[in-house]
Write a protein that binds this ligand. Structure first.
Ligand code: ATP
Ligand code: MG
Length: 455
């Protein structure tokens, strides 16, 4: 059995992964040296659009050809000269140029070959399947790309390049399958395990990854579904029913998989609960029904993983080896740790920007738009001591202090921090960003002290 590839999504200390220019040394460059750089361009269609994807793709390619600008991550305005695009396109986004830009500063239009992905979001919410007796649902199902997960990928912040690496691993696995690579000669599988402490974004990252892959592979797989298995509900007190529930679940998944233009993601959260249930059953502390259910589930998963159009996404809170054969064989095992200083800064920066956008924080500065520097931008400014430059370095330094005070907090706690800080303000209706940041640093210190006293 081959060793699983361990790709660390842990946010290593800045010194480990970044040189003094803030450039990551370990991140492989996306360059095609003699050729052009492939850059993904995602085009989201309006809900009302009924045009063919191919027509929209050609129109966007033409628009990009006429646009002699540099490429950086973010949205590109839809050309108003093209009524066809205006009618059909909601937004155009350039993705994943940041690795290149961090290393080389700019990516000019003639260096780029845009790869345009056209998609339309499904507005249907999750379709729940419950055990029929008012109990927990046994699984939720979404049609991807779903409106519910729009923007999720972008909101998750890890050290530079890590999400991209995960995306590339999954993309390679799909490509190997698509090209019919002989699994006896080259072995790989489509099982992903994200493990790490609570609240570090593992479940969200699985869902966001499925959403991204559904967009990137939509020419090969025009239909995509995400099935989230609720392992807990299978081990509810209705054990005698559980066997039937597993059978029902996998019958449904099997039907989806049979259609070869369908791409199916199966998400099993907290996969260690399966191992725990089996162990408890073996030791006799659980009804023997339970072991049958776990075994049925594992057998079904084993069967399923040989289907070329299935990706199994699993998460776990424990880092030690999980006693389940199918996860043990996961090719992509990634440790998702608490955010580093850079990620903490960026998470808090996105929170602050949202509070400014919504008017919760009011900008007392003279400039009408408050520009908060990115972490690398701030570090550069601090290095050359250009503190009088635009970009509010004073505020950014305060933001950095707040991020420093959050060491050890999970991404989940960080995203709650601005709310807690706001709730502790004497006057919540008029709040200046600088004062707010002081309160947020104090709140962070209190939260961290709380964590210490709990441990
Ligand atoms: N690195 C991160 N960047 C941005 N947001 C994050 C990050 N980590 C966690 N979050 C936020 O925290 C919330 C919780 O994330 P999620 O439930 O995916 O974590 P988890 O690792 O699955 O937790 P658990 O182990 O408790 O199941 C999400 O809303 C997510 O937006
Ligand atoms: Mg989770």
């Amino acid at each position: 059995m081959s060793e699983p590839m361990e790709i660390s999504l842990q946010n290593a200390t800045v010194g480990d992964s970044l040189d003094q220019n803030g450039v990551s040394e370990s991140v492989p460059s996306p360059i095609l040296t003699q050729e052009k750089v492939l850059v993904s361009v995602e085009v989201c269609l309006k809900a009302s659009s009924t045009s063919r994807s191919d027509d929209v793709r050609s129109a966007v390619e033409r628009m990009l050809e006429n646009r002699s600008l540099s490429y950086t991550d973010g949205s590109v305005p839809v050309s108003l000269d093209d009524p066809f695009l205006v009618e059909n396109v909601q937004r155009i986004c350039i993705c994943e140029t940041d690795e290149w830009v961090e290393k080389h500063d700019v990516l000019l239009f003639w260096q780029v070959k845009p790869v345009v992905h056209v998609f339309q979001l499904s507005e249907e919410g999750p379709c729940e399947e419950s055990s029929g007796d008012g109990q927990l649902s046994i699984f939720n199902e979404w049609i991807l790309p779903a409106k519910e997960f729009d923007g999720l990928w972008e909101s998750l912040i890890y050290e530079p390049g890590l999400k991209q690496r995960l995306l590339r691993y999954a993309a390679s696995a799909l490509l190997f399958t698509e090209k019919g690579v002989n699994p006896f000669l080259v072995s790989w599988n489509r099982i992903i395990l994200l493990h790490g402490p609570p609240g570090t974004g593992k479940t969200s990252l699985c869902k966001a990854l499925a959403q991204k892959l559904s967009i990137r592979f939509n020419t090969r797989y025009p239909q995509c579904q995400l099935v989230e298995v609720n392992a807990h509900s299978l081990f509810s007190k209705w054990f005698s029913e559980s066997g039937k529930l597993v059978a029902k679940l996998f019958q449904k998944i099997q039907e989806m998989v049979e259609e070869e233009t369908n791409l199916v993601f199966v998400l099993i959260d907290e996969v260690e609960s399966l191992a725990a249930a089996r162990k408890a059953a073996l030791s006799g502390s659980e009804p023997s029904d339970s072991i049958r259910v776990v075994n049925a589930l594992l057998t079904q998963l084993d069967k399923l993983k040989s289907s070329p159009n299935v990706i199994i996404l699993t998460t776990s809170n424990i880092t030690a080896a999980i006693d389940i054969a199918f996860v043990d064989r996961a090719d992509i095992k990634a440790y998702v740790g608490p955010p580093t200083i850079q990620a903490r800064y960026e998470i808090l920066r996105s929170c602050l920007q949202e509070l400014l956008r919504s008017g919760i924080l009011t900008n007392s500065q003279e400039c009408d738009r408050l520009l908060l520097l990115s972490y690398t931008g701030l570090k550069e400014k601090l290095n050359v001591a250009q503190i009088e430059e635009p970009g509010n370095p004073h505020l950014c330094k305060q933001l950095l202090e707040a991020a420093e005070a959050c060491e050890g907090l999970s991404g989940r706690s960080l995203r709650k921090l601005p709310f807690l800080a706001h709730a502790s303000l004497a006057n919540p209706y008029s709040c200046d960003p600088s004062k707010f940041l002081c309160t947020m640093t104090d709140t962070a210190k209190r939260e961290c002290a709380g964590l210490l006293s709990e441990s």
